[in-house]
Design a protein around this ligand. Structure first.
Ligand SMILES: [Zn+2]
Ligand SMILES: [Zn+2]
Length: 342
């Protein structure tokens, strides 16, 4: 196999981002080489850049949301997959440990996340396990296919929460995680009412555009006043601040379910009584457990609108500028796409 040179976005160490050109390592058994077409920037890329991700080892090619064409495979028996346009599941698991055996590879005891623990997709080429490469949905334009991964976060969480049309859902945070959750709750699960709360007015406008029935700004006025006694039955914390759980427990209906996505190391303070008196269920969700086929199906059926999330497009060459845009322009930016073509 010939080695290819690849231009990549590398975090050398905390706060040091470089565009480098290097040989891509040779393929290992089970792997495929992806000629990356498009990628999208996520909050966790920013955390790795600034040294706030405890799992990242440096130097690291970042990027876990990407799609591209299978360019080469290690096993001759898989040659038929060369040329396929695919989306990449970043979860690499052992297949043998307890969580893997019960179908939860996303919390594998030796979990490796592409773009975090191993090199990722902000690059012209990336080596990934072939089994992590799924045929991309054909119903949307190729540039939207890197957005399958963010929807798998909502798919994983809603698999725990089991939303129904009877629910009144409250979502904290109108960033990418909150907005994918809005679309999934409204369009996949037909949830009757979806409320979104955020502190940035421009983001709340986007939440409405993505299908939220009510939006509240809790910068000046506390959420409980906005709700005026209405009790949501399902709460998703996509803002990920440790103070949110206690408020959610207060405002939620008895028999409600709460979904947490945050990774803060600060404690959340709730009493047993506040949970047990309402018999609340709390679920946590990390990455996704084999949810790519389900989300690809949602794309194919037009149940989600990934185009509504895209606000900015940059070339790989301008990746640092793109990362700044995502980080600084929180009012106006949602998903920022990177295109790898020269
Ligand atoms: Zn992400
Ligand atoms: Zn495992």
């Amino acid at each position: 196999m010939e080695l290819v040179k690849t231009k990549s976005v590398v975090v050398q160490e905390a706060d040091t981002l470089h565009l480098t050109t290097d040989n891509l390592p040779a393929l290992q058994p089970g792997e495929a080489r992806i000629k990356v077409q498009f990628a999208s920037i996520c909050g966790s890329d920013i955390h790795i850049w600034h040294g706030h991700n405890p799992f990242a080892k440096y130097p690291r090619v970042i990027g876990h949301e990407f799609c591209g064409i299978i360019d080469e495979v290690y096993e001759a028996s898989q040659q038929h997959r060369v040329g396929q346009f695919v989306v990449i599941d970043p979860v690499v698991s052992c297949g043998n440990c307890y969580p893997c055996r019960i179908g939860r590879p996303n919390v594998c005891k030796t979990l490796q996340v592409i773009g975090v623990h191993r090199d990722g997709g902000f690059s012209q080429y990336a080596n990934v396990p072939l089994k992590n490469a799924y045929l991309a949905p054909r119903s949307v334009s190729p540039e939207l296919c890197s957005l399958v991964e963010p929807y798998t976060i909502a798919a994983n969480m809603t698999a725990f929460l089991k939303p129904t049309p009877q629910d009144c859902a409250l979502i904290y945070g109108a960033g990418p995680m909150g907005l994918t959750a809005v679309q999934v709750l409204k369009n996949v699960y037909q949830v009757a009412e979806v409320i979104v709360v955020d502190r940035i007015a421009e983001r709340l406008v986007r939440a409405k555009d993505n299908g939220a029935d009510y939006v509240f700004n809790n910068l000046q006025q506390p959420l409980s006043e906005h709700l005026a006694g209405k009790q949501p039955t399902l709460v998703i914390d996509a803002a990920c601040h440790p103070s949110i759980l206690a408020e959610a427990v207060q405002v939620i209906s008895p028999a409600g379910r709460i979904g947490l996505l945050g990774f803060s190391q600060d404690p959340c303070t709730v009493t047993q009584q506040s949970l047990t008196s309402k018999e609340l269920s709390i679920f946590t969700s990390r990455l996704n457990s084999s949810r790519f086929p389900q989300v690809i199906e949602w794309f194919e059926q037009g149940l989600v609108q990934p185009e509504k999330l895209v606000t900015d497009r940059f070339a790989l060459q301008d990746a640092e500028q793109a990362m700044h845009r995502f980080e600084i322009a929180v009012k106006h930016s949602c998903k920022v796409l990177l295109s790898m073509d020269e």
